[in-house]
Design a protein around this ligand. Sequence first.
Ligand code: AMP
Ligand code: MG
Length: 333
Amino acid sequence: MKRLNIFIYLLLLALLTGCARSERQSAEKTVFAMDTVMELKAYGSGADAALTLAAEEIRRLDAALSRDGADSEIAALNRTGASHLSPDAANIIAKALEISRLTDGAFDITIAPVMDEWGFFTKDYRVPKNAELSKALKKVGSENVSLENDTVYLKNGAQIDLGGIAKGYLSGGIAEIFKANGVRSGIISLGGNVYAIGEKPNGEQWRVAIQNPNGDGHVGSLCVSDAAVITSGGYQRFFERDSKIYHHIIDPKTGFPAENGLKSVTIICRDSAAADALSTALYVMGTEKAITYLEAHRDIEAVLVASDDSIYITRGITDTWQSEYDYKIIEGH
Ligand code: AMP
Ligand code: MG
């Protein structure tokens, strides 16, 4: 009996130290895709395998969802106007159409022809003439996209651009791969768009800082676990002409870069594709409409930085919010 006890004790010890060792294991990987430096960190015994599979997933989705490239499903769809798509491409378009409806068209993946007029696709930047913009805008509108059993049809000359949602969708896919490989703790950072998996190996929540849109440094930070923290801001991609800044988030109503009172919008929620699309949409909506949206949708949290540098945060993140700046709280209804 005594021997059996010692055996069980030794077995438990081996299991416990084994667990402790595997939690300490970690692996990191940096991948460049979607014009973005992507940094992945995973803890646990499955970390290496998870990162290898995640890098393959990044390459696969980058190739499938970009607007050019021989393997791009989106390029093929834009060329032909009708395509049977993979489940990923169909899912992301379905999600984009849903967010478009929810945001009254502020988020609109048919913005592609307008992006092209400004040269954001080729990086050959220019300020289009009003007539050129009006012509491009005639093709814009989510009603020009229909999805029937994984087949997407475009009408009215519509073209799609998934730049406002693809990274969020991708980080959700990577999070699934991490979890399927036993990674219970990790960080996925796609150019500052963060997805925090579980908690830190020491059991604390992850603290994620939000960039100051005015330059270096941060406006504040908050704690999360199993959630995406995704920021949209005009400061992230822009060009300058005649001392004027033109950025990459376009108001589908005007065809011009959105100037509706915000410098950045950060959305915090579990659904990272929704977080990505909503950060773009609320940026387009502007301060007042974004606040009204957040008051009505309490399942998402947010940080807004307005053009006058005032900061608004939703009630749900006030507990862990740390900042050297004053802020106002957005209450739910
Ligand atoms: P994000 O950085 O997530 O805010 O996305 C900006 C990118 O989304 C741009 O580079 C475009 O590819 C695309 N985009 C720009 N304006 C819109 C819009 N109003 N709705 C949907 N996508 C947009
Ligand atoms: Mg976005």
